[in-house]
Design a binder for this molecule. Structure first.
Ligand code: SF4
Length: 410
């Protein structure tokens, strides 16, 4: 058993898409019109396997996240089945944030109303761009007018919390087009939350091949950095708080689920290839559908790999994640609570070095990135990771996922 008194998150992976996008290397399969009921059955079986953990620990579910894949291919009745099973297995917090990732081509008013009746209270919509040629190059199924219509229908259904994903640094566009998309989204959709992130073409994807063969090109690094900054400024001018390097929220609309990841809170990952993190241990489920389903059918958690980072490495990883959050930063009391040592004792030299380079600001209760530190976040992250690789094999107290897995088999 793995006791926790903290709020936890639950992630459910639905790896089915209508068509694979040109840049996508997520664990997802194209060619599906919906989520197979058999997959939902397996997820329900996995929820049951976690039953004794949920029952025996004091965990309160603070967030549920349906990610993918394209979770908006799931029928409301399927989301309802999953939410009912989760609610009967675990204690839910009163204001549990429940997000469903959605693509514009599978959103309509009735579907959104159905998901809401099942408990979804936040939609994260993958718009990416409002430029039709760009959307086609990316292999997205929607066009700009469908994206705007989907948001209108979602609002009409009454969903109160809408997040929108937008990419910059896209092939074949110019900065004006990408900033115009951002401006239109802010002024026509009024999302509660925006993820503004740089396209990073994964090796082996069709888009990566086109770039390698010179049929498409990406903006230079400097141009992409300018776009990032111009986007940041526009979002701030529209009243959005820059609370994570790629994430902007109206006050009170930060993603509770993602904040949990960045603040090292426990989460249980369910579904094909899903990762989880409980009591300092991280695990990943089987990535092959057959292996995943066979394990659950046999009454075993479908864990494929599990790691337990040494204590010092966990400190470095935690610091790196905190440095993504320009408002919360690395809070000294939280660091002490998590690791039992002072952040100054662990990273005093790194703090000094980064402050001297103008990348970090020390406040009485926390360390936060300067604007420059956010722009060069990979440099800041590397400093903490390098410092955490130096020593200390570390150990963790208590039982882990593996021992829990033994319980689950019984
Ligand atoms: S919809 Fe998302 S998960 Fe599916 S192929 Fe496109 S980028 Fe990948």
């Amino acid at each position: 058993m793995i006791p926790t008194t903290e709020p936890i998150g639950i992630y459910l992976h639905l790896p089915f898409c209508r068509r694979k996008c040109q840049y996508c290397d997520f664990l997802s399969f194209g060619g599906w019109r919906g989520v197979p009921d058999g997959y939902v059955d397996t997820l329900l079986g996995e929820v049951q396997l976690w039953g004794s953990y949920f029952a025996d620990s004091n965990a309160t579910v603070a967030s549920v996240y349906f990610g993918g894949g394209t979770p908006s291919l799931a029928e409301p009745r399927q989301v309802e089945r999953l939410m009912t099973a989760l609610r009967s297995a675990a204690a839910f917090g009163l204001s549990c944030e429940t997000t469903l990732e959605a693509n514009p081509d599978s959103i309509d008013e009735n579907r959104v109303a159905g998901w809401m009746a099942a408990g979804v209270n936040r939609l994260s919509i993958g718009i990416q761009s409002l430029d039709d040629p760009t959307l086609r190059r990316l292999g997205r199924l929607h066009d700009a007018s469908r994206a705007l219509q989907a948001c209108t229908e979602a609002r009409r259904a009454g969903i109160g919390n809408v997040s929108v994903d937008l990419m910059y640094g896209l092939p074949g566009t110019d900065s004006g087009t990408e900033l115009l998309t951002l401006q239109r989204v802010l002024e026509e959709i009024h999302p509660d939350h925006v993820s503004w992130y740089n396209l990073t073409p994964a090796q082996g994807t069709p888009l990566w091949v086109s770039l390698e063969e010179g049929r498409l090109s990406l903006p230079e690094d400097d141009a992409a950095a300018d776009l990032m900054n111009l986007g940041w400024r526009m979002l701030e001018e529209h009243g959005y708080e820059h609370y994570e390097i790629s994430s902007f929220a109206l006050p009170g609309r930060e993603s509770q689920h993602n904040l949990g990841y960045w603040q090292y809170r426990d989460y249980v990952g369910l579904g094909l290839g899903a990762s989880g993190f409980v009591a300092g241990r991280r695990w990943t489920n089987a990535r092959r559908l057959g292996s995943y389903q066979d394990a659950v059918a046999a009454g075993n958690l479908p864990v494929e790999s599990e790691e337990r980072l040494p204590a010092r490495r966990r400190q470095g990883e935690y610091a790196m994640l905190c440095m993504r959050m320009p408002i919360l930063g690395l809070q000294f009391d939280q660091f002490r609570r998590l690791f039992g040592v002072d952040a100054q004792a662990s990273f005093g030299v790194v703090f000094e070095q980064l402050v001297a380079e103008g990348l970090l600001v020390m406040l009485p209760d926390r360390a936060i990135c300067s604007r420059r530190g956010l722009e060069l976040n990979n440099v800041v992250a590397r400093a903490f990771i390098d410092a955490s690789m130096d020593d200390d094999p570390g150990t963790l107290a208590g039982d882990g996922v593996t021992s829990y897995r033994a319980d689950a088999r019984r």
